[in-house]
Design a protein around this ligand. Structure first.
Ligand code: GLN
Length: 469
């Protein structure tokens, strides 16, 4: 049995049944990480992981009750805090920062006996879609080095695909879980806004950001999301639910369910290959008894504008805390506090981050612009909620094609940011491969808090739509 290849539910069951030890599992993942070091997905393996595994094995030996993640190994994106460990957001500015506490999501996983093995590469401060703007260098696509890994959760998606871990966590503000999931052929979910606590996660655009699991299949995704979701008094944006049910519809078929495609978005798919794969999937769902409906959401093509105005404005505000005096690396030879701010920020932040801070400050200097963008966001949400009445899920491609060449910069903005602007849940699962063997993801969205409908369709596609992995 290749332990590192096991999924979450499978690993937990086999571990509880005594089929392997946690030390063996951690070692299998470390071996895999070493083997794939050239991909640059995992930037640190924590030195106490074996020790944590030994403790878990001792717990099993003592016949204590084991958690829902016992036997699994998780890697976290470099913007999620783990107590006593570095968390740098892959930025030069935070390259020496060690956290004194763990994010709520990390504590939730630890209380279910997960082993946190290390941290994964990402675009600096989660600003980007190709995993290239990192102090650790570019992440390479899991399948073919010549293609983009996607981003910003590049390392998490690549690591899951390469079986460097049982699952990983990413964050998604405008597609950052779903793009890399699609480009590397794994499952990634951006939950309903407010489902998962962001306490202990570096803030970028607070109106949009969510933490989500990246897994080897959709059933594992629902399972992990149920564990990490829930109200948290340390994050006032979390919704007031103690527990969520994301899995109870898994196993039901699609017959009689209503699935929508969005007219304006369908017309944006220029890539013929992507279009034909997508249409084939829609036809398949129809053939299985699903009802396909075309909808049109008002102002949908303006989600990119809403995203940029709101995200950059919030980024400039959120990142103002990094001033060279606290948390971050301080510039040398400064004669005043002012000089420390200016020099440290100039030296600490990369190009893309600086660009967004400057644009964000400009947006905030024109007060009505941010307010107007937030108003437009609400109008789009209202239209979405109205058009989705009686519809179970909305189907759209995750990206306009397979991963672009590593050197290419494709603008996917709208497909990524739509779910974030709508605050709606969205999953990306692999469903097709092109002739070169590169995966393609489909995105399934639903109304806020309707994750279980997403998981029902995702699992059904995985099960019935042929072998794509
Ligand atoms: N492409 C988006 C951006 O660069 C993705 C960001 C994200 O989801 N963190 O803003």
């Amino acid at each position: 049995m290749e332990l590192n290849k096991l999924g979450v539910i499978e690993a937990n069951k086999k571990y509880i049944d005594g089929e392997f030890s946690a030390v063996e599992m951690v070692n299998a993942c470390i071996e895999s990480i070493k083997e794939h070091a050239d991909k640059n997905a995992v930037i640190e393996v924590f030195d106490d992981a074996i020790c944590c595994a030994e403790k878990l094995d001792a717990k099993r030996e003592a016949k204590e009750k084991l958690g829902k993640l016992a036997g699994t190994v998780v890697l976290v994106k470099d913007n999620i805090l783990v107590k006593g460990k570095k968390a740098t957001a892959s930025s030069n500015f935070l390259k020496n920062f060690e956290s004194i506490y763990s994010a709520t999501v990390v504590n939730k996983m630890l209380s279910e006996d997960a082993i946190i093995l290390g941290r994964t590469n990402m675009d600096e401060f989660a600003m980007g879609s190709d995993g290239s703007s990192s102090i650790y260098g570019k992440t390479k696509n899991a399948i073919d080095d010549n293609y983009s890994a996607g981003g910003s959760s590049s390392g998490s998606a690549v690591a899951v695909k390469l079986n460097d871990c049982t699952f990983a966590l990413g964050t998604d503000t405008g597609g950052s879980i779903r793009f890399p999931a699609s480009y590397n052929g794994v499952c990634g979910v951006k939950p309903t806004y407010g489902t998962v606590s962001r306490n202990g996660v570096y803030a970028y655009a607070s109106s949009f950001n969510q933490v989500g699991p990246i897994t080897k299949n959709a059933k594992d995704s629902a399972y992990v999301l149920e564990i990490i979701a829930g109200v948290d008094q340390m994050d006032m944006t979390t919704l007031n639910y103690q527990a969520y049910d994301f899995s109870s519809l898994i196993g039901e078929d699609v017959s009689g369910k209503v699935y929508a495609v969005e007219k304006n978005i369908s017309s944006l798919i220029k890539d013929k290959e992507c279009e034909s794969y997508f249409n084939a999937l829609v036809d398949f769902i129809k053939a299985k008894g699903g009802v396909i409906k075309e909808i049109e959401i008002d102002n949908i093509l303006r989600v990119g504008d809403v995203y940029k105005l709101v995200a950059y404005a919030e980024a400039s505000s959120n990142l103002s805390r990094y001033d060279g005096l606290k948390y971050t690396t301080q510039a040398q030879d400064c004669l005043s506090a002012q000089e420390i701010y200016v020099k440290s920020r100039s030296q600490g932040f990369g190009k893309e981050v600086k660009k967004r801070i400057m644009l964000g400050n400009y947006i905030l200097s024109k007060k009505e612009v941010y307010a107007k963008a937030k108003n437009l966001q609400q109008l789009i949400i209202n239209s979405y909620n109205e058009k989705m009445q009686g519809v179970d899920c909305l189907l759209l491609p995750t990206s306009f094609g397979v991963a672009p060449k590593a050197s290419e910069n494709r603008q996917e903005c709208i497909l990524g940011v739509l779910a974030n602007v709508l605050r709606a849940p969205s999953i990306s699962i692999p469903y097709a491969k092109n002739k070169e063997g590169l995966p393609l993801g489909v995105q399934i969205m639903a109304k806020e808090l309707d994750e279980k409908k997403i998981y029902q369709l995702a699992v059904s596609i995985e099960k019935n739509y042929g072998e794509v992995r």
